[in-house]
Design a protein around this ligand. Structure first.
Ligand code: GUN
Length: 282
Protein backbone atom coordinates (compact mmCIF):
# COMPACT_ATOMS: atom_id res chain seq x y z
CA UNK A 1 0.00 0.00 0.00
CA UNK A 2 1.21 3.46 -0.90
CA UNK A 3 0.36 6.21 1.57
CA UNK A 4 -1.30 9.27 0.02
CA UNK A 5 0.80 11.67 2.06
CA UNK A 6 -1.28 14.84 2.03
CA UNK A 7 0.93 16.59 4.59
CA UNK A 8 3.98 16.20 2.37
CA UNK A 9 2.26 17.23 -0.88
CA UNK A 10 0.52 20.18 0.81
CA UNK A 11 3.78 21.36 2.35
CA UNK A 12 5.56 21.28 -1.02
CA UNK A 13 2.72 23.20 -2.66
CA UNK A 14 2.55 25.73 0.17
CA UNK A 15 6.26 26.44 -0.22
CA UNK A 16 5.83 26.96 -3.98
CA UNK A 17 2.91 29.26 -3.29
CA UNK A 18 5.00 31.21 -0.78
CA UNK A 19 7.60 31.84 -3.49
CA UNK A 20 4.94 33.10 -5.89
CA UNK A 21 3.41 35.36 -3.24
CA UNK A 22 6.86 36.75 -2.34
CA UNK A 23 7.36 37.71 -5.99
CA UNK A 24 3.88 39.20 -6.33
CA UNK A 25 4.45 41.30 -3.23
CA UNK A 26 7.08 43.24 -5.17
CA UNK A 27 4.86 43.48 -8.24
CA UNK A 28 1.53 44.40 -6.65
CA UNK A 29 2.78 46.05 -3.43
CA UNK A 30 0.55 44.06 -1.14
CA UNK A 31 0.02 40.52 0.12
CA UNK A 32 -3.17 38.48 -0.45
CA UNK A 33 -5.69 38.78 2.36
CA UNK A 34 -8.25 36.33 3.76
CA UNK A 35 -10.97 37.17 6.29
CA UNK A 36 -12.13 34.21 8.34
CA UNK A 37 -15.45 34.35 10.20
CA UNK A 38 -15.98 31.89 13.03
CA UNK A 39 -19.29 31.88 14.93
CA UNK A 40 -19.30 30.37 18.42
CA UNK A 41 -16.85 28.02 20.06
CA UNK A 42 -17.20 24.68 18.29
CA UNK A 43 -13.85 22.97 19.16
CA UNK A 44 -13.54 21.26 15.74
CA UNK A 45 -14.17 24.57 13.93
CA UNK A 46 -11.71 26.36 16.23
CA UNK A 47 -9.09 23.78 15.36
CA UNK A 48 -9.76 24.07 11.58
CA UNK A 49 -9.59 27.85 11.75
CA UNK A 50 -6.33 27.68 13.68
CA UNK A 51 -4.87 25.42 10.95
CA UNK A 52 -6.03 27.84 8.25
CA UNK A 53 -4.45 30.82 10.07
CA UNK A 54 -1.18 28.93 10.47
CA UNK A 55 -1.09 28.12 6.76
CA UNK A 56 -1.81 31.77 5.88
CA UNK A 57 1.23 32.79 7.93
CA UNK A 58 3.38 30.15 6.25
CA UNK A 59 2.53 31.17 2.69
CA UNK A 60 2.42 34.93 3.32
CA UNK A 61 -1.34 35.57 3.21
CA UNK A 62 -2.60 38.22 5.65
CA UNK A 63 -5.56 36.95 7.59
CA UNK A 64 -8.08 38.45 9.94
CA UNK A 65 -10.17 36.31 12.28
CA UNK A 66 -13.65 37.52 13.25
CA UNK A 67 -14.76 35.33 16.15
CA UNK A 68 -18.41 36.13 16.79
CA UNK A 69 -20.56 35.03 19.74
CA UNK A 70 -22.90 32.12 18.98
CA UNK A 71 -25.94 34.34 19.64
CA UNK A 72 -24.90 36.83 16.92
CA UNK A 73 -27.93 37.99 14.92
CA UNK A 74 -28.28 37.37 11.21
CA UNK A 75 -28.28 41.15 10.72
CA UNK A 76 -24.95 41.57 12.54
CA UNK A 77 -23.33 38.77 10.57
CA UNK A 78 -24.78 40.11 7.30
CA UNK A 79 -23.41 43.56 8.10
CA UNK A 80 -19.94 42.13 8.67
CA UNK A 81 -20.04 40.21 5.38
CA UNK A 82 -21.23 43.33 3.50
CA UNK A 83 -18.43 45.36 5.08
CA UNK A 84 -15.81 42.78 4.01
CA UNK A 85 -17.35 42.62 0.51
CA UNK A 86 -16.80 46.38 0.18
CA UNK A 87 -13.30 46.37 1.70
CA UNK A 88 -10.77 46.72 -1.13
CA UNK A 89 -8.00 45.26 1.02
CA UNK A 90 -9.85 41.90 1.39
CA UNK A 91 -9.45 39.26 -1.35
CA UNK A 92 -11.13 36.25 0.22
CA UNK A 93 -13.88 35.67 2.80
CA UNK A 94 -14.57 32.38 4.53
CA UNK A 95 -17.50 31.60 6.81
CA UNK A 96 -16.51 28.55 8.84
CA UNK A 97 -19.31 25.96 8.86
CA UNK A 98 -21.38 24.79 10.60
CA UNK A 99 -23.00 27.95 11.96
CA UNK A 100 -25.71 28.01 14.66
CA UNK A 101 -29.19 26.92 13.54
CA UNK A 102 -30.82 30.36 14.04
CA UNK A 103 -28.70 31.69 11.13
CA UNK A 104 -29.66 31.05 7.50
CA UNK A 105 -26.52 29.33 6.20
CA UNK A 106 -27.40 29.32 2.48
CA UNK A 107 -28.42 32.99 2.54
CA UNK A 108 -25.24 34.07 4.33
CA UNK A 109 -22.98 32.05 2.01
CA UNK A 110 -24.61 33.69 -0.99
CA UNK A 111 -24.18 37.11 0.59
CA UNK A 112 -20.40 36.70 0.32
CA UNK A 113 -19.33 38.29 -2.96
CA UNK A 114 -18.81 35.51 -5.53
CA UNK A 115 -15.47 37.21 -6.31
CA UNK A 116 -14.32 36.82 -2.68
CA UNK A 117 -15.74 33.33 -2.14
CA UNK A 118 -12.60 31.49 -0.96
CA UNK A 119 -14.57 28.28 -0.32
CA UNK A 120 -16.32 28.11 -3.70
CA UNK A 121 -19.66 27.60 -1.91
CA UNK A 122 -21.53 30.55 -3.48
CA UNK A 123 -24.47 29.37 -5.59
CA UNK A 124 -22.99 31.02 -8.71
CA UNK A 125 -19.57 29.40 -8.23
CA UNK A 126 -21.28 26.04 -7.64
CA UNK A 127 -23.22 26.65 -10.85
CA UNK A 128 -19.99 27.23 -12.76
CA UNK A 129 -18.55 24.01 -11.32
CA UNK A 130 -21.60 22.00 -12.38
CA UNK A 131 -21.37 23.52 -15.86
CA UNK A 132 -17.67 22.62 -16.06
CA UNK A 133 -16.64 26.27 -16.27
CA UNK A 134 -13.51 27.58 -14.56
CA UNK A 135 -14.25 28.86 -11.07
CA UNK A 136 -13.16 28.63 -7.44
CA UNK A 137 -13.62 24.98 -6.41
CA UNK A 138 -14.53 23.89 -2.87
CA UNK A 139 -11.27 23.26 -1.02
CA UNK A 140 -11.67 19.60 0.02
CA UNK A 141 -12.62 18.22 -3.43
CA UNK A 142 -9.97 20.40 -5.05
CA UNK A 143 -7.38 19.13 -2.54
CA UNK A 144 -8.35 15.50 -3.21
CA UNK A 145 -7.97 15.94 -6.99
CA UNK A 146 -4.57 17.58 -6.45
CA UNK A 147 -3.48 14.73 -4.17
CA UNK A 148 -4.45 12.09 -6.76
CA UNK A 149 -2.59 14.03 -9.45
CA UNK A 150 0.52 14.26 -7.26
CA UNK A 151 0.59 10.44 -7.23
CA UNK A 152 -0.05 10.23 -11.00
CA UNK A 153 -3.41 8.59 -10.44
CA UNK A 154 -5.60 8.92 -13.51
CA UNK A 155 -9.21 8.09 -12.62
CA UNK A 156 -10.39 7.98 -16.23
CA UNK A 157 -12.48 4.84 -16.76
CA UNK A 158 -12.48 3.96 -13.06
CA UNK A 159 -15.58 3.13 -11.03
CA UNK A 160 -15.66 5.74 -8.27
CA UNK A 161 -17.83 5.36 -5.18
CA UNK A 162 -18.40 8.33 -2.90
CA UNK A 163 -19.90 7.96 0.56
CA UNK A 164 -21.64 11.20 1.52
CA UNK A 165 -23.57 13.77 -0.49
CA UNK A 166 -22.73 17.08 1.22
CA UNK A 167 -22.37 20.34 -0.70
CA UNK A 168 -18.87 20.69 0.82
CA UNK A 169 -17.43 17.32 -0.24
CA UNK A 170 -19.61 14.51 -1.63
CA UNK A 171 -21.50 16.36 -4.34
CA UNK A 172 -18.61 18.46 -5.74
CA UNK A 173 -16.08 15.59 -5.65
CA UNK A 174 -18.60 13.50 -7.62
CA UNK A 175 -18.65 16.22 -10.27
CA UNK A 176 -14.84 16.58 -10.41
CA UNK A 177 -14.26 12.81 -10.60
CA UNK A 178 -16.89 12.50 -13.31
CA UNK A 179 -15.24 15.33 -15.27
CA UNK A 180 -11.96 13.43 -14.93
CA UNK A 181 -13.56 10.39 -16.62
CA UNK A 182 -14.68 8.23 -13.70
CA UNK A 183 -18.07 6.52 -13.45
CA UNK A 184 -19.77 7.73 -10.31
CA UNK A 185 -21.90 6.19 -7.57
CA UNK A 186 -22.89 8.40 -4.64
CA UNK A 187 -23.92 6.52 -1.49
CA UNK A 188 -25.66 8.07 1.51
CA UNK A 189 -27.80 7.35 4.55
CA UNK A 190 -30.61 5.80 2.53
CA UNK A 191 -28.32 3.53 0.51
CA UNK A 192 -29.69 -0.03 0.96
CA UNK A 193 -26.44 -1.97 0.87
CA UNK A 194 -23.35 0.21 1.22
CA UNK A 195 -20.84 -2.65 0.98
CA UNK A 196 -22.40 -3.83 -2.29
CA UNK A 197 -21.33 -0.54 -3.85
CA UNK A 198 -18.00 0.00 -2.07
CA UNK A 199 -16.76 -3.50 -3.00
CA UNK A 200 -17.07 -2.47 -6.61
CA UNK A 201 -15.05 0.72 -6.29
CA UNK A 202 -11.73 1.23 -8.05
CA UNK A 203 -11.58 4.49 -6.10
CA UNK A 204 -13.49 5.03 -2.87
CA UNK A 205 -14.02 8.44 -1.27
CA UNK A 206 -15.17 8.14 2.35
CA UNK A 207 -16.85 11.36 3.44
CA UNK A 208 -19.70 10.21 5.65
CA UNK A 209 -18.43 11.62 8.95
CA UNK A 210 -18.70 8.25 10.72
CA UNK A 211 -15.64 6.87 12.49
CA UNK A 212 -14.15 3.77 10.85
CA UNK A 213 -17.28 3.11 8.79
CA UNK A 214 -15.26 1.53 5.96
CA UNK A 215 -13.73 -1.79 6.93
CA UNK A 216 -11.43 -4.17 5.06
CA UNK A 217 -14.24 -6.45 3.88
CA UNK A 218 -15.91 -3.49 2.13
CA UNK A 219 -12.91 -2.67 -0.07
CA UNK A 220 -11.92 -4.30 -3.35
CA UNK A 221 -8.27 -5.50 -3.35
CA UNK A 222 -6.12 -2.89 -5.10
CA UNK A 223 -8.62 -0.04 -4.65
CA UNK A 224 -7.58 3.56 -4.07
CA UNK A 225 -9.11 4.80 -0.82
CA UNK A 226 -9.36 8.46 0.16
CA UNK A 227 -10.43 9.15 3.74
CA UNK A 228 -12.09 12.54 4.26
CA UNK A 229 -13.42 11.78 7.76
CA UNK A 230 -12.35 13.75 10.81
CA UNK A 231 -13.91 12.12 13.85
CA UNK A 232 -12.85 12.51 17.46
CA UNK A 233 -13.07 9.23 19.36
CA UNK A 234 -11.84 9.24 22.98
CA UNK A 235 -9.80 12.37 22.25
CA UNK A 236 -8.13 10.78 19.23
CA UNK A 237 -8.62 11.77 15.57
CA UNK A 238 -9.87 8.92 13.38
CA UNK A 239 -11.09 8.86 9.82
CA UNK A 240 -14.09 7.22 8.17
CA UNK A 241 -11.82 4.32 7.19
CA UNK A 242 -10.48 1.60 9.47
CA UNK A 243 -6.88 2.36 8.58
CA UNK A 244 -5.13 -0.82 9.73
CA UNK A 245 -7.53 -3.24 8.09
CA UNK A 246 -7.98 -1.31 4.85
CA UNK A 247 -4.22 -0.75 4.48
CA UNK A 248 -3.95 -4.54 3.96
CA UNK A 249 -6.08 -4.47 0.80
CA UNK A 250 -5.89 -0.96 -0.70
CA UNK A 251 -3.27 0.05 -3.28
CA UNK A 252 -3.30 3.68 -2.08
CA UNK A 253 -4.73 5.03 1.16
CA UNK A 254 -4.82 8.51 2.69
CA UNK A 255 -4.26 8.66 6.45
CA UNK A 256 -6.10 10.71 9.08
CA UNK A 257 -4.57 13.01 10.19
CA UNK A 258 -2.02 14.17 7.56
CA UNK A 259 -4.02 13.14 4.51
CA UNK A 260 -6.90 15.16 3.04
CA UNK A 261 -6.88 17.78 5.86
CA UNK A 262 -3.61 19.52 4.85
CA UNK A 263 -4.62 19.27 1.16
CA UNK A 264 -7.88 21.09 1.96
CA UNK A 265 -5.98 23.89 3.65
CA UNK A 266 -3.50 24.12 0.77
CA UNK A 267 -6.43 24.33 -1.69
CA UNK A 268 -7.90 27.17 0.37
CA UNK A 269 -4.55 29.01 0.21
CA UNK A 270 -4.46 28.51 -3.57
CA UNK A 271 -8.07 29.70 -3.88
CA UNK A 272 -7.25 32.85 -1.92
CA UNK A 273 -4.22 33.47 -4.11
CA UNK A 274 -6.38 33.08 -7.26
CA UNK A 275 -8.91 35.60 -5.92
CA UNK A 276 -6.06 37.99 -5.06
CA UNK A 277 -4.56 37.76 -8.55
CA UNK A 278 -7.94 38.48 -10.16
CA UNK A 279 -8.40 41.40 -7.74
CA UNK A 280 -5.00 43.05 -8.23
CA UNK A 281 -4.97 42.48 -11.99
CA UNK A 282 -8.44 44.00 -12.48
N1 GUN B 1 -16.51 23.11 7.63
C1 GUN B 1 -16.04 21.89 7.27
N2 GUN B 1 -15.32 21.98 6.13
C2 GUN B 1 -15.34 23.28 5.75
C3 GUN B 1 -14.78 24.00 4.66
O1 GUN B 1 -14.12 23.46 3.77
N3 GUN B 1 -15.04 25.33 4.64
C4 GUN B 1 -15.78 25.94 5.59
N4 GUN B 1 -15.99 27.26 5.48
N5 GUN B 1 -16.33 25.32 6.63
C5 GUN B 1 -16.11 23.99 6.69
Amino acid sequence: MILLDGAKVANERNLMLKDMIDKDLVKYHRAPSLSIILVGENPASQSYVKGKGKACKLVGINHQLYNLKDDVTEEELSNLIEKLNQDESVDGILLQLPIPKHLNEAKLIDLISKDKDADGFHVINQGYLYQKKPTIYPATPKGIMTLLKAYDIDVSGMDAVIIGRSNIVGFPIARLLMDAGATITVCHRQTKDLAYHTKNADILIASAGRAELVTKDMVKPGAIVVDVGVNRVDGKLVGDVHFEGVSEVASYLSPVPRGVGPMTINALMENTYELYLKHVQK
